[in-house]
Design a protein around this ligand. Structure first.
Ligand SMILES: O=C(O)C1=C[C@@H](OP(=O)(O)O)[C@@H](O)[C@H](O)C1
Ligand SMILES: C=C(OP(=O)(O)O)C(=O)O
Length: 456
């Protein structure tokens, strides 16, 4: 699972014929992580269909196995026998989360309060990301933390005899921090409350309620949410059908908007309002996206999307929308490169602490491919060229992806509509969140080749 710079597999995307066809997007990554975690914790059987089988989620499954859950697959269904809440076992070896921030941070919340030692490790990207945001509230609950300077991996946690419930205000917009504290609250007597000033994805709240936890959510007039969870609940296994990932959907969706003549349909996309900021933004830009058969499935909003090639116009994306499209900014920046005028993305400081510094990586990739942009501390402005003329690299210069799957996929989408090809230095990380990406895009008619570029 560990990917270093050795063995990198570059990939090149070229201007493509119109994209067409109907595709089903693999399961949502956020819900898949939580399905393994809560299924592994709850008593009895959890059955999951539609699970994302990406490397990130498999790492979470392995961690749950290491703490006593039994996980197997029969046909298309993952079947989990959980330990029962409060009954996780001490893992015998460090838990390796590879590239996955979500798996690592949520499991810190899950295992950290137990009166045993858990060590967390990951790849070079994850080892450079800040863990202090989760370690700080865990310390307040009585958890002992060992880590290198600045709260980076490897981290070792040891919980107290009995964790203390807390009231914690999350300092940044982060579903991972919110979730880690709520999950830690499962193993503390009394009520744990998390306050978030900006609503982030609410899968933890919804899913824990589905597993039998008792939650109370109050929302202030300004949108601030106070989420309280009753400690030490009995959690019971349940049945989950994971809807398609809107963050993965973003790639074929933007590709179809950009490649002239395209008309595609994407089935079964999660439309939870905490995840739809990109669709809202692209429709504002003039994107022809039809939301078809909007329905409710397993407590979530789901729809099919018909997407046609569109003439896009630049917009100002409001900062308060950032949380609902946080992983989609790299591919939005690519859409903006083909839009008329300027697109301004503000309030995106959190992009600096993802799998890479995405603000810097996107700006560098845009410049390398002749797209005019300005990078500020928490803002990116992109000036587009609707025809795609001049965009790309005739010399085959490769975008540096820094072990970041979304940077790789975003720039491959760019190459499908640009005058010159676009090359990324490493496509391997795509398997962390969207292993089917290459096949799915090829099925729509996209021209993407993997492997070393032959010199011209
Ligand atoms: O809770 C989650 O499942 C996620 C939360 C977000 O991270 P932050 O909480 O760090 O914003 C997002 O970027 C990540 O891909 C998945
Ligand atoms: C930020 C992401 O994931 P994680 O934080 O789980 O590594 C992502 O998938 O874009």
């Amino acid at each position: 699972m560990a990917h270093g710079s050795q063995g990198a597999i570059p990939a090149t995307a070229r201007r493509s014929e119109p994209l067409s066809g109907t595709v089903r997007i693999p399961g949502d990554k956020s819900i898949s992580h939580r399905s393994f975690m809560f299924g592994g914790l709850a008593a009895g059987e959890t059955r999951i269909t539609g699970l994302l089988e990406g490397e990130d989620v498999i790492a979470t499954g392995n961690a749950m196995r290491a703490m006593g859950a039994s996980i197997r697959k029969e046909g298309d269904t993952w079947i989990i026998e959980g330990t029962g809440n409060g009954c996780l076992l001490e893992p015998k070896a460090p838990l390796d989360f590879g590239n996955a921030g979500t798996g690592c941070r949520l499991t810190m919340g899950l295992a950290g309060t137990y009166d045993f030692e858990t060590t967390f490790i990951g790849d070079a990207s994850l080892s450079a990301r800040p863990m202090g945001r989760v370690l700080d509230p865990l310390k307040l609950m009585g958890v002992q933390v060992k880590s290198v300077e600045g709260g980076k991996l490897p981290v070792t946690l040891r919980g107290p005899r009995m964790a203390a419930p807390i009231h914690y205000t999350v300092p940044m917009a982060s579903a991972q921090v919110k979730s880690a504290v709520l999950i830690a609250g499962l193993n503390a007597p009394g009520v744990t409350t998390v306050t978030e000033k900006i609503m982030t994805r609410d899968h933890t709240e919804k899913m824990l309620a589905g597993f039998g936890a008792s939650l109370d959510i109050e929302t202030d007039a300004d949108g601030t949410r106070h989420i309280s969870i009753e400690g030490q609940p009995k959690l019971k296994g349940c049945v989950i059908d994971v809807p398609g990932d809107p963050s993965s959907t973003a790639f074929p969706l933007v590709a179809a908007l950009l490649v002239p003549g395209s008309d595609i349909t994407i089935l079964n996309v999660l439309m939870n309002p905490t995840r739809t900021g990109l669709i809202t933004t692209l429709i504002e830009m003039g994107g022809r996206i039809d939301i078809l058969d909007a329905r409710s499935a397993g407590g979530e909003d789901v729809a099919d999307l018909r997407v046609r090639h569109s003439e896009l116009k630049g917009v100002v994306v409001p900062p308060e929308r950032a949380a609902s499209m946080i992983d989609e900014y790299p591919v939005l920046a690519v859409a903006a490169a083909f839009a008329e005028g300027e697109t301004v993305m503000d309030g995106i400081e959190e992009l600096r602490v993802k799998e890479s510094d995405r603000l810097a990586a996107v700006a560098a990739g845009l410049r390398l491919n002749n797209v005019d942009c300005t990078e500020g501390e928490a803002i990116l402005t992109v000036r587009g060229t609707p025809s795609g003329r001049g965009i790309g690299s005739a010399r085959g210069d490769a975008v540096a992806t820094h072990l970041d799957h979304r940077i790789a996929m975003s720039f491959l989408v760019m190459g499908l509509a640009s005058e010159h090809p676009v090359t990324v230095d490493d496509a391997r990380m795509i398997a962390t969140s969207f292993p089917e990406f290459m096949d799915l895009m090829a099925g729509l008619g996209a021209t993407i080749e993997c492997g070393v570029e032959e010199p011209a």
